[in-house]
Design a protein around this ligand. Structure first.
Ligand code: MLT
Length: 239
């Protein structure tokens, strides 16, 4: 990294929620929800979605969707699409045929909240293994503009989630930066799919017969598209 910014890791949903009240004007944020929200939103953008509007609550998502004819209503609660939703939160659902040119209103338990909490930063990116090289390149290019790199790990319900911290560690390693989170990545054993499958979220996805999502989200650099939050809080693909 040029002029290495200080690295701050928001480990838990409570740490992430606190970012909403912090001054992030000199921070570059990466919102991270490997299983599955930021992976799914990255795939949607890679497949040509026009924009993603992240909503924190179901009612809010339904109201925003109702005001935007033609938009898709997507997301999950307890891992599954809520009633009346067009798509859930599986990256495999977000094919080019379904999402190209469409605006997506997306709400998930933790991931879309993390994006919202970071929205007032100097810049906020979506991070996941599918686009890790693109995220690292963007951070290298913008590092001189900020004082802090914030890695916002969305977590699972109210807890820390290992897969998000592993991604944070992998990103710090790629940037050749220093933060203790790097040691989690350096200390992993097994291939990425196996590692993700052992996490609490990975086990939950297996219980829901969604284990193919784990393999999908482990495909490093397979969707090198950068989702960036615009001043309205919408997520657009950087082109
Ligand atoms: C979340 O936002 O909490 C996750 O993306 C949940 C999920 O994948 O089901």
């Amino acid at each position: 990294m040029q002029h290495p910014p200080r690295i701050h890791v928001a480990w838990t949903p409570a740490d992430v929620a606190a970012l909403a009240d912090a001054d992030l004007s000199r921070s570059l944020c990466v919102a991270i929800d490997v299983l599955r929200a930021t992976s799914t939103m990255t795939v949607a953008l890679a497949h040509g979605a026009a924009a993603i509007i992240p909503a924190a609550e179901l009612d809010e998502a339904r109201a925003v969707h109702a005001s935007r004819p033609g938009a898709l209503l997507c997301g999950e609660r307890h891992g599954l699409p809520p009633e009346g939703f067009d798509l859930g939160n599986s990256p495999r659902e977000f094919t080019r045929e379904r999402v190209a040119g469409r605006t997506i209103v997306h709400t998930t338990t933790n991931g879309t909240r993390a994006v919202r909490a970071c929205a007032r930063a100097h810049e906020t990116l979506l991070g996941c293994f599918l686009n890790i090289a693109a995220v690292a390149d963007r951070i290298r290019a913008r590092a001189h503009e900020v004082e802090t790199l914030v890695l916002a790990c969305a977590g699972t319900f109210e807890d820390f989630s290992m897969e998000d911290a592993l991604f944070a560690g992998a990103l710090v390693e790629r940037l050749d930066g220093w933060h203790p989170v790097r040691s989690l990545w350096a200390g992993r054993t097994g291939d990425l799919e196996t590692v993700l499958g052992r996490t609490r979220n990975g086990r939950r996805l297996k219980e829901l017969a969604l284990e193919e999502d784990i393999a999908f989200c482990a495909q490093t650099d397979s969707a090198p598209t950068l989702g960036i939050v615009d001043p309205k809080g919408w997520i657009l693909a950087y082109r």
